[in-house]
Design a protein around this ligand. Structure first.
Ligand code: PLP
Length: 425
């Protein structure tokens, strides 16, 4: 009996699509999702007892690896004193102080419970602060599932945005403009035409939601310059890149400081924590200080904050990000070599502990280039690796993640499996 399959069949009856978040359903690679019951360090075990090397790490949060003893202990200790108060706690202050210290753009910060809440709230504050309605996002970037962000470009760069999901009113979508990533000209043109009506621009400073895409040719610097010139709030959505590509996030890595930053994933260490923060004058617009309403019953939850704080403490160890980057680079370099050896059209790259695998001859820099890569080969590669106990993201449009507990033994085993997979392709 295959327990994973059995659980999935039963889940289909009670949960739409059998999953609580769509990418888990394996729709883009085919087959059935795996049900996990245990993780330790770089490894996972499914309901059949099969072991995997994990390159998803819960989509980023498990940067220390699974079940890190210090994080588990921190959670156990605070749990003893109740799971929630709905009132301020010292842990939240510690977390806020740490985020202000570590993230260059953050002067004040508010905690929420997910990345979606963080981006949704940041946009509301930016609109309240500027008194403008229009927002700008980039094609292929994901910022959670708030209505205003489930929008794709209409026909022509400056037309109204169109909902990319049923249930999003046209009246909401029309305030969102969508531009191609890494396109300096389109960006300049839009600011020239409607710059003084833009409340904010939200961007993944390194994109991890259309595989991995890196900003080119001073794209972020140009964006910073235009936002300053036209009085638009620049929001870096670092829900994925925060504490993942560098201790101070992509803003530190590229030396471009936004007005606001959204965080999530790593800052909860595996429990639900999100945050949005930035310039004090902007954050002071929030209730109870200012006119912009935002709230949360479980915001700053003590158990979640304890997991996040312990994680943030441990990743400040000397050389933490250098080591994470080195091990991730060795994974992508050795995968590239293995593919070359078999004559497969493949390349890979990483930024810190995040990586992209591409079935194309050069790393893509735009959404269109990602769409042009060989997705059939990705699917086959994914299943060949999974069968051998290597768990990559079940979609050609997701970045991968390495944790601090991955070591050269994990990489060796991965490459052994990849040699076989590339040969089979
Ligand atoms: C994951 C992600 C989100 C959404 O976070 P959730 O916690 O899933 O709501 C937003 N922005 C980016 C860049 C993300 O990677």
């Amino acid at each position: 009996m295959n327990k994973n399959h059995d659980l999935f069949e039963r889940s289909l009856e009670f949960i739409p699509g059998g999953v609580n978040s769509p990418v888990r359903a394996f729709n883009s690679v085919g087959g059935k999702p795996i049900f996990f019951k245990k993780g330790k360090g770089s490894r996972l075990w499914d309901e059949n007892g099969k072991e995997y090397i994990d390159y998803i790490n819960s989509w980023g949060p498990m940067i220390l690896g699974h079940a890190h003893p210090d994080v588990i202990r921190a959670v156990q200790e605070v749990s003893e004193n109740s799971l929630s108060f709905g009132a301020p706690t010292a842990g939240e202050l510690q977390m806020a102080e740490l985020l202000v210290k570590l993230v260059p753009s953050i002067e004040q910060v508010r905690l929420v419970s997910s990345g979606t809440e963080a981006t949704m709230s940041a946009i509301r504050v930016a609109r309240g602060f500027t008194g403008r309605d229009k927002i700008v996002k980039f094609e292929g970037c994901y910022h959670g599932h708030a209505d205003a962000l489930l929008v794709k470009a209409g026909s022509g760069a400056l037309t109204f945005g169109k909902p990319s999901s049923a249930g999003v009113p046209e009246d909401v979508a029309k305030h969102t403009m969508t531009l191609p990533y890494n396109d300096n000209e389109a960006l300049e043109e839009m600011f020239r035409k409607v710059g003084d009506r833009i409340a904010c621009v939200i961007i993944e400073p390194v994109v991890g939601n259309m595989n991995l895409i890196v900003p080119q040719d001073d794209f972020l610097k140009l964006l910073r310059k235009l936002c300053t010139e036209f009085g638009a709030v620049l929001i870096f959505d670092e829900v994925m890149t925060g504490f993942r590509v560098a201790l101070g996030g992509a803003q530190e890595l590229f030396s471009v400081i936004p007005d606001m930053t959204t965080l999530g994933k790593v800052i909860g260490g595996g429990l639900p924590v999100g945050a949005f923060g930035g310039k004090k004058e902007i954050m002071q617009q929030l209730a109870p200080m200012g006119p912009v309403y935002q709230a949360g019953t479980l915001s700053g939850n003590p158990v979640a904050v304890a997991a996040g704080l312990k994680t943030l403490q441990l990743i400040q160890a000397p050389q933490f990000f250098e080591k994470l980057s080195t091990i991730t680079s060795s994974l992508v370099e050795r995968l590239t070599d293995a593919a070359k050896h078999e004559g497969i059209n493949f390349c890979a790259r990483n930024v810190g502990g995040m990586f992209g695998l591409y079935f194309s001859d050069t790393p893509p820099n735009t959404f269109d280039e990602i769409m042009a890569s060989d997705r059939e080969n990705f699917k086959k590669f994914f299943h060949l690796m999974l069968a051998q106990g290597v768990y990559f993201g079940p979609s050609a449009f997701e970045a991968g993640f390495v944790s601090a507990s991955h070591d050269s033994k994990d990489i060796d085993e991965t490459i052994l499996a990849a040699n076989y997979a590339f040969k089979e392709l």
